[in-house]
Write a protein that binds this ligand. Structure first.
Ligand code: ADP
Ligand code: MG
Length: 322
């Protein structure tokens, strides 16, 4: 087997807060193979963004700190790199796409220049050449009239077009890995699907690996090869997307699958959400963090925390009852 593009081992990231030390990411391990899309899914506050920011070494410190683990990117531990070395990787070999294109793009710089910038930063090319590549990239992400669009400012783009520009920027240096953190959450459903289809198409063509962060199981089903389900800073289930969909083991995953919107459901009715609130990370229970919300929880679940255990080939779940 080829070495995975990314291997995260026992990653732990903590924050010092007024309420004490919060373990936002608690000893998680996962891998992303070449050309593969791994979805990380979970409710708000489960540690998805902290995971992606840890990989990119963008955790604000203080109050945050990566307290342990390894992040092997193409075999090299990113946690051992200097800030300078990290800057050569970010935006180059690992690119990111964030949810909020308005705050990720600079409002006072043209879109063309913002796409050309990482190219001039990481490749030995002239601005003129980089500009030509930016134009090709706009074409690639299907922005009409790219020659003229290069000189537009972000606010002159629609939300969907801005997200396409973000994808163009991410692809500019042909990264090995793209981390897309809820890349379409702010967009309406049709545009969401168009953007994700485009992202899937382009990453597949270039054999780029991707971590796709989402709170939407529908997105996982359609775009991911594998999935890691996060709850309270831990991975509670992990496996091939199809397998996890067809045979979800963890009651939390089952709950998430129960809250997928369906085309025939009444748009005015709220989705059947999982009852109860996500856990307070500064006061996690001794046992399974999901136990207070879990219909199946027994005394064992409240006494100690279940570890991830193999359910089938490549499929793991952290539940005493599954
Ligand atoms: P999500 O799964 O919604 O992306 P995050 O990874 O952003 O969740 O956050 C997980 C938890 O980490 C938050 O609920 C919060 O407790 C903690 N956290 C994240 N960023 C900070 C911060 N800058 N300061 C303190 N705590 C933080
Ligand atoms: Mg997030």
């Amino acid at each position: 087997m080829a070495t995975p593009v990314l291997q995260v081992k026992n990653l732990t990231t903590r924050f010092k807060t007024e309420r004490g030390v919060v373990t936002a990411v608690d000893g998680i391990s996962f891998e992303v193979a070449a050309g593969e899309t791994l979805a990380i899914v979970g409710e708000s506050g489960s540690g998805k963004s902290v995971t992606s920011m840890s990989i990119l070494r963008l955790i604000p410190s203080p109050p945050g700190r990566i307290d342990g683990g390894e992040i092997l990117f193409e075999g090299e531990d990113l946690l051992k790199l200097s800030h300078h070395e990290m800057r050569r990787i970010r935006g180059n070999r690992i690119a990111m796409i964030f949810q909020d294109s308005m705050s990720s793009l600079n409002p006072s710089i043209t879109v063309g220049k913002q796409i050309a910038e990482p190219i001039t930063l990481h490749r030995k090319v002239s601005w003129r050449e980089a500009n030509g590549q930016a134009c090709e990239l706009l074409k690639l992400v299907q922005i009409p009239d790219p020659e003229n669009r290069l000189s537009a400012y972000p606010h002159q783009f629609s939300g969907g077009m801005r997200q396409r520009a973000m994808i163009a920027m991410a692809l500019a240096c042909q990264p090995r890995l793209i981390i897309a953190d809820e890349p379409t959450t702010a967009l309406d459903v049709t545009v969401q699907a168009q953007i994700l289809d485009l992202l899937k198409d382009l990453t597949q063509k270039a054999q780029t690996s991707m971590i796709l962060i989402t709170h939407d199981m529908g997105v996982v089903a359609r775009y991911a090869n594998r999935v890691a389900v996060m709850y309270g800073g831990r991975i509670v289930e992990q496996g091939p997307a199809r397998e996890v969909f067809n045979r979800p083991r963890h009651p939390y995953t089952q709950g998430l699958l129960g809250s997928i919107p369906r085309l025939d459901s009444d748009p005015d009715k709220p989705l059947p959400a999982i009852e109860g609130m996500p856990p307070d990370l500064s006061a996690l229970p001794a046992g399974c963090a999901f136990a207070p919300r879990c219909a199946k929880a027994g005394s064992a679940c409240r006494a100690s925390r279940p570890a991830l255990a193999r359910a089938s080939e490549g499929h793991f779940s952290a539940c005493f009852n599954a």
